[in-house]
Design a protein around this ligand. Sequence first.
Ligand code: NAG
Ligand code: NAG
Ligand code: NAG
Ligand code: NAG
Ligand code: NAG
Ligand code: NAG
Ligand code: NAG
Ligand code: NAG
Ligand code: NAG
Ligand code: NAG
Ligand code: NAG
Ligand code: NAG
Length: 702
Amino acid sequence: MLLCCSLLTVLLIAVTASALPNTLPGCPARCGDVRIPYPFGIGPDCSLPGFNLSCNKDNATGVKKPYIYNVELINIDLLEAQARIYYPMSWQCYNATSHNVSYYMWSLDFIGDPYRFSDDKNKFFVVGCDTLAYFNGKNQKDSYSGGCVLRCNSAESLTNGSCSGIGCCQTTIPKGINYYEVTFDGNFNNSRVGKFNPCSYAVLAEVNWFNFTTAYVTTSELNETNGGRAPAVLDWAIGNETCEVAQRNTTSYGCRSEHSDCFNSSNGPGYLCNCSRGYEGNPYLPDGCQDIDECALKYPCNGTCTNIPGDYICTCPPGTKGDAKKGTCTPDHGSRISSVKLVIGIVTSTSLALLLLLCIVVSMVYDRRKLLRINEEYFRQHGGRLLLEEIKSKQGLAFKVFTKEELEQATNNFDKNRILGGGGHGTVYKGILNDNHTVAVKKSKIIDDHQKNEFGKEMVILSQINHKNVVKLLGCCLEVEVPMLVYEFVSNGTLFQLIHNRNRTSHISLDTRLEIASQSAEALAYLHSSASPPIIHGDVKSSNILLDDNHNAKVSDFGASMLVPKDETQFATLVQGTCGYLDPEYLQTCQLTNKSDVYSFGVVLLELLTGKKAVYEEMELVQEVAELARRCLNVRGEDRPIMKEVADDLDRLRKFKQHPFLQHNTEEIESLLGEPSSYTKNGISGCYSLEKKGTMDIECGR
Ligand SMILES: *[C@@H]1O[C@H](CO)[C@@H](O)[C@H](O)[C@H]1NC(C)=O
Ligand SMILES: *[C@@H]1O[C@H](CO)[C@@H](O)[C@H](O)[C@H]1NC(C)=O
Ligand SMILES: *[C@@H]1O[C@H](CO)[C@@H](O)[C@H](O)[C@H]1NC(C)=O
Ligand SMILES: *[C@@H]1O[C@H](CO)[C@@H](O)[C@H](O)[C@H]1NC(C)=O
Ligand SMILES: *[C@@H]1O[C@H](CO)[C@@H](O)[C@H](O)[C@H]1NC(C)=O
Ligand SMILES: *[C@@H]1O[C@H](CO)[C@@H](O)[C@H](O)[C@H]1NC(C)=O
Ligand SMILES: *[C@@H]1O[C@H](CO)[C@@H](O)[C@H](O)[C@H]1NC(C)=O
Ligand SMILES: *[C@@H]1O[C@H](CO)[C@@H](O)[C@H](O)[C@H]1NC(C)=O
Ligand SMILES: *[C@@H]1O[C@H](CO)[C@@H](O)[C@H](O)[C@H]1NC(C)=O
Ligand SMILES: *[C@@H]1O[C@H](CO)[C@@H](O)[C@H](O)[C@H]1NC(C)=O
Ligand SMILES: *[C@@H]1O[C@H](CO)[C@@H](O)[C@H](O)[C@H]1NC(C)=O
Ligand SMILES: *[C@@H]1O[C@H](CO)[C@@H](O)[C@H](O)[C@H]1NC(C)=O
């Protein structure tokens, strides 16, 4: 019961914490009034090594406060990689009755911890009238001693305001100090100057933490106003390695956000993380760095502003040219001809062709309403020129407009022997360009409007993406009725071939499978969460996951994909997808959501795990039994099925397996797929495809 309760609490905390993505799931986001962002954390597994804090009640006030060992933490700054602490001053007091001197000599030891005293935010301060205090410090390299001596004869010489040598002195400290202690020289002990405060104070503290007043020397005011404590600023860093070394171990590497950069610490060992340009948030958490919506934040733009991941595009209003970010748009008098460049002929002719094509696409979008609303807006508002600019700016010089001849030559006139594969959306040929670069050229099989749409769509979608696990679009050819798309060549075939090709004798290790699964999942997660606008792939299957020589996964074939306007799910007029992978819910509702990709990916996972094909007659059984087991293993008893249900389910599955329909082999099943199946129940859905293989299209009656 105790376990249950604590689990529930953890769950509750996890739910409340999820609003602020600044801690690991299940870890407290604050202690008292202090926010605790990761890599700091309270509790086991809540922090990076060395950054654990405790959260204790202050004995005097009863308020909870975070502590590093016994030192109170008052603030954490992720951006500056600094933390502020409050800790006791050291002092020396002369007892005029006993003629004795008493001391309180504080030391702070952060050796082996990720903290060190900031050398530009702190100084060593001494306050008193007859005192000599030493600062003894250590850093990674060496030990240091420094000191400050004070002697004053009359109260008249003291002035308010600055700590400049009379009654108060200060000195700078070296970089990287992570241990320090204070010592006093007993021969400077106030015995001569009885009229002053018999106590002197010394501390390493934040610059400007106090304004000196004469009362600090004549009374015990300094000690009383601050409870005997002073604030100091600590720098921190992750680990004790440089970025390059730390990056070699992906498990322990601290910059977990995809969009983060690493910096060596400037004042000691270890490194720090920052969100990349155009992103903000917590770089130490996976998905911690989020895209900045520059347009919403009114970044400088005197034109049309479009937010893209990591940046924004600002174009001059139609009919003008110039730099809209600087606000220098001037009327465009068509003076482009005057800009003499070698490539001008090619550029103008191809851009004209491109514009023509874009016009076709725009009108197609407008008329047939088959592209997404967001695309319509995109085209209508910004025009095709922006699209071209966007593709160019995203892809840099790598995006190329190819001529028809170039591609014909590269593919040996679309030689049958060069065919790499053919999905529902076109045939893919291997091409070798003049510069001996190998590429993949995708050409539509049949030229109908539907496929034209898909090509346009794929071009728009792929131009938004830059991810190592998504196949790269290198260029296109626009001189033909249906544009041909040119991709990077991924050398090692598809995941489908890897799993199912019987000629392959080599064993695929679980590690490799997991790596492929993880990389494909990352790519899809990126499309769903980090791409802006989000993208639903719509046709996830093992034959759409390409592999390179090192078995790195690259998700491909965006012909069925959708750009999703924020907070809207996607209604389709046509259900597209592949038999065996198609989300049954999508089939019923015609509503394409990112969960549809999750379903298809689940099938890919099962495929990876079992090595069986998606339409393998027992795949769904395996899935069902696994799901049943998962439900039985629910942590909350309430969520588990009753035993009768379990028994019924298993019985049903057993009978289902003995169904004569399922005794046939796969080929026969595929030939029967035209008939709506009568055994559709509880997620075991038949495949209604009219095609034997490949993708399927079904009109939605709405
Ligand atoms: C607070 O009180 C507890 C128990 O009364 C004691 O153990 C602890 O040392 C106190 N902490 C401080 C900072 O005085
Ligand atoms: C962090 O946790 C370790 C192990 O539990 C402990 O030894 C160490 O004192 C803790 N550090 C802080 C600053 O609380
Ligand atoms: C003065 O301090 C020393 C040690 O600090 C102690 O041994 C001695 O008894 C003290 N003398 C008086 C008069 O308190
Ligand atoms: C000074 O010393 C005397 C005698 O040892 C002692 O009674 C008194 O409390 C001391 N005063 C202070 C402020 O410590
Ligand atoms: C310094 O300021 C205090 C009040 O903070 C005042 O009492 C004192 O007279 C001032 N001293 C001088 C020298 O101005
Ligand atoms: C205080 O300082 C004087 C010299 O300034 C020295 O003679 C005396 O021994 C010191 N007293 C103590 C207790 O250290
Ligand atoms: C010190 O004085 C300056 C100017 O008089 C004031 O702005 C600042 O807040 C003071 N600092 C503290 C710690 O009192
Ligand atoms: C300074 O203040 C602290 C906390 O109130 C107290 O423990 C300490 O004895 C004081 N020091 C002096 C020299 O009065
Ligand atoms: C770096 O840190 C690791 C683990 O915290 C430790 O084992 C190693 O000794 C440290 N190396 C140096 C040079 O401090
Ligand atoms: C990587 O870091 C993890 C966690 O600190 C550690 O267990 C593992 O041994 C490290 N791997 C290598 C190759 O150093
Ligand atoms: C980190 O420091 C190492 C060694 O000093 C250096 O080679 C490397 O370039 C630095 N990396 C960064 C990102 O500054
Ligand atoms: C933006 O344009 C307006 C007029 O259209 C002009 O007044 C303003 O200065 C421009 N902004 C910048 C930053 O150039």
